[in-house]
Write a protein that binds this ligand. Structure first.
Ligand SMILES: Cc1cc2nc3c(=O)[nH]c(=O)nc-3n(C[C@H](O)[C@H](O)[C@H](O)COP(=O)(O)OP(=O)(O)OC[C@H]3O[C@@H](n4cnc5c(N)ncnc54)[C@H](O)[C@@H]3O)c2cc1C
Length: 437
């Protein structure tokens, strides 16, 4: 058994990061290089920023509003990275964040508790917004919105990050630090290579037959993780939706600097891009896509939710009900844009654990394999520091409570749960309007 405090790799070890052009993978590679590991190679289906990465879109919500505990600390560390690290800082828009509920709901009570907690920690940037008028004073663009009964939390240390551009920045930094890469068929994971006794991971076999030997493999394939490697039901991959409106330059100017707005029943949007694209996401339980696959080391196919990426299937559409949800969000909040064409509609894939904690641990089945997945839909905001956790694990210095939270835990919690509360997700096969070849 590995001594829990002994490092899993030397600084000159051959380290492969599967999914290294995605969010957690590229962050891992960055932290490995920054700590002096000299022989690191990222493998991915697409070059950085990977077209299959859940992080490869216009923008993501970001903010330092988790308070205490593991995620409070990670949110603090990540916000420091977003606002001070030159690789990330240019892509962070600290315009403030509104986390809103529709009235006297359980979500409002939860937000109120969060507000009380943040205030007790001495945070001066948070405010409780008790009604629609208070919200409108923070967010002038919602002046005509029909949100009288809404309430919620204002957090000044928050806003949004330019997601594609930030991932691209990490990729460029990796290149300048001398990362080795394999993209395309030679970087596409097919299986692990194992020692003769089957107990040690000795590398990765790629789709074109290339065998990459390694002393340590970090497996960070996002929504593809449970499809490529048998994770014994610990992760379930699901799609969420986004669509955009193309604004005129005048409209974009009007919405410049608006705070990010999230509502748990309607969805969210944030400041438009420099090119005037305004992205909308509805909020719901996600969609599964159950079909069959044979994750390593299984030999027979199993029924599992398999991502179907927009990069590989650009003509796929989104379900009608999601489109209607997005129209409802627009009508409720920013109705002067109702009826405008919704462009660049896409499914975007994450993988949920039942308790929304990462699966970040040594794989107990094979020495030399570290899992870094189970993003549970909240991981882009951790881009500056997600990889730090992985490298801490590799170096045997990850805090015990983090190790425990992110441990290998098959059968833990409800394996059929959504991982985010709410109803069981629908399957894409059962929702009208989703067109695919
Ligand atoms: C619509 C939507 C909105 C979201 N909004 C937010 C938000 O506002 N804030 C936030 O913090 N988070 C948000 N998220 C969640 C966030 O995007 C994810 O949690 C995060 O990007 C997942 O990171 P990851 O590294 O696990 O996966 P990814 O970033 O998807 O990386 C996985 C990588 O694995 C690669 N890969 C796949 N198969 C193989 C293979 N066979 N071989 C090699 N490589 C492979 C992929 O190409 C990809 O690069 C959102 C997600 C969605 C879908």
């Amino acid at each position: 058994m590995t001594d829990s405090t002994a490092p899993l790799a030397d600084k000159d070890a051959r380290i492969l990061v599967v999914g290294g052009a995605g969010t957690i993978g590229s962050s891992t590679a960055l932290h490995l290089l920054r700590r002096g590991y000299s022989n690191v190679r990222i493998l991915d289906v697409y070059p950085s920023p990977s077209g299959n990465s859940a992080g490869n879109d216009l923008n993501k919500i970001c903010g330092n509003d988790r308070g205490l505990g593991i995620w409070g600390d990670i949110s603090d560390e990540a916000w420091e990275g977003w606002t001070h690290d030159p690789v990330f800082q240019p892509y962070c828009h600290s315009v403030g964040k509104l986390d809103l509920a529709c009235g006297d709901t359980p979500r409002a009570a939860q937000l109120r508790r969060k507000y009380n907690l943040l205030q007790s920690l001495g945070r001066k940037d948070v405010e409780w917004l008790s009604d629609g008028d208070a919200i409108k004073r923070k967010a002038g663009h919602l002046a005509d919105a029909n949100i009288e009964t809404w309430n919620g939390l204002w957090c000044g240390e928050g806003g949004w990050v330019a997601a594609h551009d930030a991932l691209d920045s990490v990729g460029r930094e990796l290149a300048s630090l001398g990362i080795k890469t394999a993209f395309g068929p030679s970087g596409t994971f097919v299986s692990l290579l194992l020692s003769e006794d089957g107990k040690t991971c000795t590398g990765v076999k790629a789709a074109d037959g290339t065998e990459w030997p390694a002393d340590l493999v970090v497996f960070a394939a996002g929504a593809w993780s449970p499809v490529l490697l048998d994770l014994q039901g610990q992760c379930e991959s699901k799609a969420w939706i986004y669509a955009h409106i193309q604004l005129t330059p005048e409209e974009a100017e009007q919405l410049k600097g608006i705070p990010t707005m999230y509502n748990d029943e309607y969805g969210f949007f944030m400041e438009p891009s420099a090119t005037g694209l305004l992205k909308f996401c509805n909020e719901f339980a996600g969609y599964t896509h159950y079909t069959t696959a044979t994750p390593f080391p299984l030999t027979e196919p199993v029924r599992i939710s398999v991502p179907r990426s927009h990069a590989a299937h650009p003509t796929d559409t989104i379900p009608t009900e999601s489109l209607e949800d997005i129209k409802r969000l627009i009508a409720k909040t920013i109705s002067w844009l109702s009826g405008r064409p919704l462009i660049n509609q896409a499914l975007c894939w994450c993988t949920d654990t039942p308790d929304a904690q990462w699966l970040l641990c040594e794989d107990p089945r094979w020495k030399g394999l570290v899992l870094a997945t189970g993003d549970s839909g909240h991981s882009f905001k951790t881009l500056p520091v997600a990889g730090k956790q992985v490298v801490d694990l590799i170096e045997g210095v990850l805090a015990p409570e983090r190790k425990h939270a992110w441990r290998w835990r098959p059968g833990h919690g409800d394996p059929n749960g959504t991982g985010r509360g709410g109803p069981r997700p629908k399957d894409l096969a059962d929702v009208p309007g989703w067109k695919h070849d």
